[in-house]
Structures are given as structure tokens and as C-alpha cells.
Design a protein around this ligand. Structure first.
Ligand code: NAP
Length: 280
């Protein structure tokens, strides 16, 4: 069997053209949507990701500022910057890029991101609103997984979904979004006993682990749909997912590619959130 590739590229183009049209209408009203990405690292992977957001933003007419405080930024400097962006009426979206400098805790900063500008759903208040079913910005990667599955018409209602990974940015909010679609969700993590036994029962498996090619053929039942959120850098400057695409592609019914699957949809949704915030 050879899995169907559930690409995110064309879907991302669709989202970006919708966003571009909405930006055009805002510009007619004299509003220029603006996204600020706060950076405090010299990590190469992070720099690549931030540049890709900036390029995508500029293509649809969203101004994107990379606010780089340097890899030795202090908690106080980051707090002051995030608060200032929250007060700045010309800024509609704020992203706090990780990793942060050693000793700086994400949990001390995310609560300062203005909820109305929290386009990547990082503030605990935003996450609470999500859990309570109040309209808000879900973390873009978690939303991208569900949006990509729906785009490819993968049914979720009543299906068993195994999510591998329980981070606050991907696994946990994703479990909630899937429950909202009436899926039966199992969340796995590093202490899960016999991971393959759990995941190979599922109709849909989502890998959001950060371990290159962790999931092999034994983790997937024949015909299952597999979403690979992983973006692990390779020595030759490429990217590899959390799924062994060769092995799993031979067993699964469908598989998202890396790159070109969840990633482009995530970026497009960040832009959609920013334009939504500017419209308000
Ligand atoms: P994270 O915060 O490091 O969380 C990883 C999760 O995987 C944890 O819950 C951890 O369990 C679990 N885990 C680790 N080893 C495991 C194992 N051997 N078996 C089962 N579970 C295991 O990572 P993240 O931020 O969620 O990111 C996950 C991946 O998604 C990374 O590759 C990241 O680069 C990628 N990502 C992609 C996008 C995109 O747009 N495509 C966006 C964000 C992240 P414990 O909780 O027990 O430690």
C-alpha cells in the first residue's frame, strides 16, 4: 500500500489568498495589519521559521516586525517589550518565539501577551477560553492539524484519534479541538507504556513529539490517516518529521508530508488570525 499524501501547500495558498483579500479591504479603511514576532535566540531553526512567517506576511500585505532582543535578553526586557506591543494600537498580532534565553521562563511571559493580539494562542487565558468554548485564537499548529484533516475531508466524528505529544502548544490544545469535532481522543507522551499498542488502534494518528522518525510501521494500523507535525532539522539542512515516512507510508492510508504538510497551514493560519484581530 502507498499512502495518499495530504499536502498542506495548496490549502495554505487558499488561506493566504483569502487573507490577502481581507487585507485589501482593511487597507481601504486605512488599517495596515501588523504582526510582531519577539525573538530572543540565535537558534538557526528558529531564525528560519521567523523569516518564513515574515515572508508570508509581506506577500499578503501584512507588515511583520521581527523584534530581536538578542540571545542574552532578560526576563524584564522581554516583559517590557511584550507589554509595549500590547499597548501599541498599530500592532494586531504578537508572537513570542521560542526557545528563550537560559533562565527565562516562557510561563512568566506568555500571560503578558494581549489576549486580543495573541494570534498563536499562547496566553493561558486564551487557552482557558478555548477550553471553555469561547471564540478565541487556538494555537496555530493545533488548529492547522484539524484544518488540514477537514480540508482533505478526513472524518473525525466518532473516530479514534491518538495524539502523540502533550505540549501546551500542540498536543493538549489539539486534543481539545478534536474533542470538539466529536473524535475519541487518546493523548500519549513519553511515559505512555507500549506506544505502538495505543497508536495502532487509532483511525487517525498525530505525531507531535520532536523526535526524528520516532513512529514506524508498527505504530500505525493499515489504512490509518497519519499527521506528522514534527520538524526536526537534518545534518544536510533539511527537515524530517516525527514519522518514518518510508515505513509508515507503506502502511497508512494517508500521510502528511514534511515539509509541506502542517507547516505551511500553520503559517497561513497565523496570518488569518492577525487579519482577524486587525478587523476588530
Ligand atoms: P515538546 O514541547 O518538546 O513536546 C514533545 C512531546 O512529545 C511531550 O509531550 C513529550 O512527552 C512527548 N514525547 C517525547 N518523547 C516521546 C516518546 N519517545 N514517546 C512518546 N512521546 C514522547 O514539542 P512541541 O513543541 O509540542 O513540538 C513537537 C514537534 O512539532 C516538534 O518536532 C516541533 O518542531 C514540531 N512543531 C511543528 C510546528 C509546525 O508548524 N509544523 C509547530 C510547532 C511545533 P512528555 O510530556 O512526557 O515529556
Amino acid at each position: 500500500m502507498s499512502a495518499v499524501s495530504l499536502s498542506g501547500k495548496d490549502f495554505a495558498v487558499e488561506i493566504r489568498s483569502e487573507v490577502q483579500a481581507r487585507v485589501g479591504r482593511l487597507l481601504e479603511f486605512g488599517v495596515e495589519p501588523r504582526l510582531s514576532v519577539v525573538v530572543a535566540t540565535d537558534d538557526g531553526g528558529s531564525a528560519w521559521y521567523v523569516r518564513s512567517i515574515a515572508r508570508a506576511a509581506e506577500k499578503v500585505g501584512i507588515a511583520c516586525d521581527i523584534v530581536d532582543l538578542g540571545a542574552d535578553a532578560t526576563t524584564d526586557a522581554l516583559k517590557a517589550q511584550i507589554s509595549e506591543l500590547g499597548r501599541d494600537p498599530s500592532v494586531h498580532g504578537i508572537i513570542l518565539q521560542t526557545p528563550l534565553p537560559p533562565g527565562v521562563q516562557t510561563s512568566e511571559l506568555v500571560g503578558l501577551i494581549d489576549v486580543y493580539k495573541d494570534v498563536d494562542g499562547a496566553n493561558p487565558t486564551t487557552l482557558g477560553l478555548l477550553m471553555a468554548g469561547v471564540p478565541t485564537f487556538p494555537p496555530a499548529t493545533a488548529e492547522a492539524v484539524v484544518a488540514l484533516l477537514e480540508h482533505h475531508e478526513v472524518p473525525l466524528e466518532g473516530r479514534e484519534v491518538a495524539v502523540v505529544g502533550r505540549s501546551t502548544v500542540v498536543g493538549k490544545p489539539l486534543a481539545h479541538l478534536l474533542l470538539d469535532r466529536n473524535a475519541t481522543v487518546t493523548v500519549c507522551h513519553s511515559r505512555t507504556k507500549n506506544l505502538a499498542k495505543v497508536t495502532s488502534r487509532a483511525d487517525v494518528v498525530v505525531a507531535a513529539v520532536g523526535r526524528a522518525e520516532l513512529l514506524g510501521a508498527e505504530h500505525v494500523r493499515p489504512g490509518a490517516v497519519v499527521v506528522d507535525v514534527g520538524t526536526n532539522p537534518t545534518e544536510d539542512g533539511g527537515l524530517v518529521g516525527d514519522v518514518n515516512a518510508g515505513e509508515v507510508g507503506a502502511v497508512a492510508g494517508a500521510l502528511t508530508p514534511v515539509p509541506g504538510g502542517v507547516g505551511p497551514v500553520t503559517t497561513a493560519l497565523l496570518l488569518r488570525h492577525t487579519v482577524h484581530s486587525a478587523e476588530k
